[in-house]
Design a protein around this ligand. Structure first.
Ligand code: 5GP
Length: 340
């Protein structure tokens, strides 16, 4: 484990509100900041980290959101998430979050994103595209704006517009996430198509539950990356392999949410053996009590990957990031040093 921890890593699939530390949730639940109350039962469910079925996860996210309401808290959880990834030797992070409006706290989607940027500033990381190679910081961070499947077409459009407006300030792409059982994918197509037309990189949560038609349409849109792809039928699986679209693999999350029946049956092995582009990610390290080091350890233990293979997989994933070429060059340098 110390070797895996010391290895430079890229994290390309982490949801901000899924990264919140348990200690912070407790602090917010009892602290003066807690303007909204959550029940002791819900708090217990959060800290016990037992039932993590997909249904339970989507019951728990609103509980977390009830505690992470105002700008200062958004800034705090962003800083803490970055600090935790930094401790895990993550050298490049694409953090994703759903911009939220909340009249009670004077919060608009834009001010929410500004609060996240304040967290980037507080953590002292590099997140703008024009970063200076020489300035000595080690961690590079980009923000992806998520569209939640509960949102309507207009809200999704606003998120894409915001991502475009803030492209020079550290927003590197757009994600579609949220409860896969909710919403009709077609609702988001105009916004996602606009993102494609503008050149805003897209990543889509895909195939967390069985929905062949949706998977086919997602593949046809040709996003830059896909998340999960757990429940694919044979034809969609072949289409995925043919597409060459990189897949964000979240081992612990997929098993805990029961999108995959066991680690042994995880499709990571098939993708990796087929030399399909993959990257190991945490998804929601707070919710699932995991870290990238732990995900690497699972890949080593369950699928027999060596440290060298993990390092090479990480270096390959630089090409799947939504970072600018200059940042990619810096990352290649970091991985080349580690490979020596
Ligand atoms: P936030 O966007 O509020 O920072 O992070 C939490 C949100 O991310 C959840 O409300 C949900 O929309 C999305 N999310 C987190 N984990 C998952 C996951 O495993 N699958 C899907 N589809 N969405 C997720």
């Amino acid at each position: 484990m110390p070797l895996l921890k010391a290895m430079p890593k890229l994290e390309l699939h982490a949801h901000l509100n899924g990264c919140v530390r348990t200690s912070t949730l407790l602090d917010l639940a009892v602290g003066e900041n807690s303007k909204e109350k959550i029940s002791n039962t819900d708090l217990e469910s959060l800290i016990r980290k037992e039932d993590r079925s997909l249904t339970e996860c989507f019951r728990l996210f609103p509980v977390i959101h009830a505690l992470t309401t105002d700008h200062a808290v958004v800034t705090r959880i962003t800083r803490e998430a970055i600090e935790d990834f930094l401790l895990d030797n993550v050298v490049y992070l694409e953090l994703r979050t759903t911009p939220k409006c909340n009249d009670l706290y004077g919060m608009s989607k834009r001010s929410y994103v500004e609060a996240v940027f304040a967290g980037f500033e507080a953590a002292g990381v590099m997140y703008k595209t024009d970063c200076d190679v020489q300035d000595g910081h080690r961690m590079h961070v980009r923000l992806l704006l998520s569209i939640d499947r509960r949102e309507n077409a207009e809200a999704a459009m606003n998120t894409v517009q915001l991502a475009w407006d803030m492209r020079d300030r550290g927003v590197a792409g757009v994600d579609l996430s949220g409860d896969p059982a909710i919403g009709n994918w077609e609702t988001f197509l105009p916004a996602l198509t606009l993102a494609k037309e503008l050149g805003v990189p897209l990543t889509l949560h895909c195939g967390e539950v069985s929905n062949p038609k949706e998977v086919r349409e997602m593949l046809a849109l040709q996003p830059r990356r896909l998340g999960h792809v757990c429940c694919l039928e044979e034809a969609e699986w072949r289409a995925l392999l043919d597409s060459g679209i990189p897949v964000e693999i979240c081992l612990t999350s997929n098993v805990r949410t029961e999108s995959v029946s066991s680690m042994r049956d995880h499709h990571f092995a098939a993708l990796y053996n087929a030399k399909h582009p993959v990257v190991l990610c945490t998804d929601d390290p707070g919710l699932f009590s995991t870290s990238l080091t732990l995900e690497f350890a699972i890949a080593a233990t369950c699928f027999g990957l060596t440290n060298l293979e993990l390092l090479i997989m990480g270096k390959s994933a630089i090409n799947y990031t939504f970072a600018d070429d200059k940042t990619k060059l810096i990352l290649h340098g970091i991985f080349d040093d580690a490979l020596q």
